[in-house]
Write a protein that binds this ligand. Structure first.
Ligand SMILES: NC(=O)c1ccc[n+]([C@@H]2O[C@H](COP(=O)([O-])OP(=O)(O)OC[C@H]3O[C@@H](n4cnc5c(N)ncnc54)[C@H](O)[C@@H]3O)[C@@H](O)[C@H]2O)c1
Ligand SMILES: [Zn+2]
Length: 382
């Protein structure tokens, strides 16, 4: 699966100025170092408005808020700071933000700029989707996860007491601006968590990209800041292209989009059972190892697939075993409560081999009996 390439600078090749442009239907994802100083220009070009409101969390606003505001020159722009963390992605935050916009007289001719990780992207996107029945928004993702995953696909929303992302809307951004240099200030664990999703993109769609991610991971620590920006920029561009290709081949959530769930069925259960002490990418890393092991057990995945997945994740410093304190039966119970269980069989997206997913003829999922999951989990509990 490949994304559509723009006339210049597709995911594979940057333009002369080092910019990658990935064309999705309706908007572009632009990846370039230093893009943060051009946010205002890109907003004026793709989502011109009377007023701009930049929404950022309490970690990102102090680091990048002023630079982004300055990029708007004389345009009317203000910064709205919200509390950092998943616990702020709620309807209460949504109502506080929309009340604030109403109180400060923001009309239909407002563009929302989401400056931050996936939490800010989802929340600010949902504000934009609903404010005055929908205003434009621009995504400026600042975590690797937000750049390669959350900002692509148009899903916005908030969490509720009953679960994550249960209230939301599809609302495409006008443009996505990913500046890899901002990852310099990101905590290493957060970067690793994003790398788990990049590795996932390689496994589900492109073996040579998986090899590239591995080589980038091994050079990152000895690279200069400028080199890291360039290396991560090329990773972001290809990952965006892969995710966009899958999402656009699918439409809304049926069929091939399911391959993006690789590692997530087991991963979500592990994430939940850890009480969210594991980062999403860490839980998904464990999930990918368990699920590819399961694939081999069932004869769905080529021999060596689980090792290849596991080695790439270990290189990135991600966990590849189920934490000892977690019981296999509890993980399975959490999976059952999650979804996708039919007649005692779980439906999982499993790799045929690194770079290609199985199940093209069965809606991209494979029915798996619980005993098999139990066996794989037990084998991989440290
Ligand atoms: N819409 C989608 O399709 C989609 C897909 C995947 C995930 N998500 C959502 O994304 C969220 C997770 O996103 P996330 O992992 O980016 O988490 P996050 O937004 O909470 O960011 C992680 C942490 O890094 C900080 N941070 C962000 N950028 C920084 C930077 N450049 N420098 C220093 N600190 C920085 C944040 O303040 C936060 O503390 C979840 O809510 C998830 O549901 C959405
Ligand atoms: Zn994920």
């Amino acid at each position: 699966v490949t994304g559509k390439r723009a006339a210049t600078g597709g995911g594979g090749k940057p333009t002369d100025s080092g910019e990658f442009v990935i064309q999705l239907s309706g908007y572009q994802v632009i990846v370039a170092r230093g893009l943060l100083d051009r946010v205002g220009d890109h907003c004026a070009a793709t989502a011109p408005a009377h007023r701009y409101i930049v929404i950022a969390d309490s970690n990102v606003a102090p680091i990048y808020g002023a630079r982004v505001l300055a990029s708007f020159g004389n345009s009317a722009v203000s910064l709205l700071e919200i509390r950092a963390g998943e616990s702020g992605k709620t309807r209460e935050s949504w109502s506080a933000i929309t009340d604030r916009l109403l109180a400060t007289g923001h009309g239909r001719d407002t563009t929302v700029v989401a400056l931050g990780g996936g939490v800010v992207g989802d929340l600010a996107g949902f504000v934009a989707a609903t404010y005055m029945r929908g205003v434009p928004y621009v995504q400026v993702p600042t975590t690797l996860l937000a750049m390669i995953d959350a900002s692509v696909g148009g899903k916005t929303g908030v969490d509720t007491g009953a679960g994550k992302n249960l209230v939301g809307a599809f609302h495409n951004p006008s443009v996505v601006l990913a500046d890899p240099d901002v990852l310099e200030s990101l905590a290493e664990a957060e970067l690793r968590s994003g790398l788990a999703e990049a590795i996932k993109h390689g496994v589900i769609a492109d073996a040579s990209y998986l090899a590239k991610v591995r080589s980038v991971i091994s050079t990152l620590s000895s690279a200069s800041a400028a080199e890291r920006g360039a290396l991560l920029g090329s990773i972001i561009a290809r990952s965006v292209e892969i995710k966009a290709g899958v999402v656009e081949a699918d439409g809304r959530e049926a069929g091939i989009r399911k391959i993006l769930n690789f590692g997530h069925t087991v991963g979500h259960a592990v994430e939940l059972l850890s009480g969210y002490s594991l980062l999403h990418g860490e839980a998904v890393a464990i999930g990918m190892v368990v699920e590819s092991r399961l694939g081999e057990q069932l004869g769905v995945s080529a021999e060596g697939t689980a090792d290849a997945v596991s080695q790439a994740l270990e290189l990135a410093g991600l966990p590849v075993r189920v934490p000892t304190e977690m019981r296999a039966a509890d993980i399975i119970a959490a999976m059952r409560a999650d979804k996708k269980v039919r007649g005692g069989r779980h439906e999982l997206a499993l790799p045929a081999e690194p770079g290609r997913m199985a199940g093209a003829d069965s809606g991209w999922v494979i029915p798996v009996p619980e005993e098999e999951i139990l066996t794989a989990l037990t084998a991989l509990t440290a």
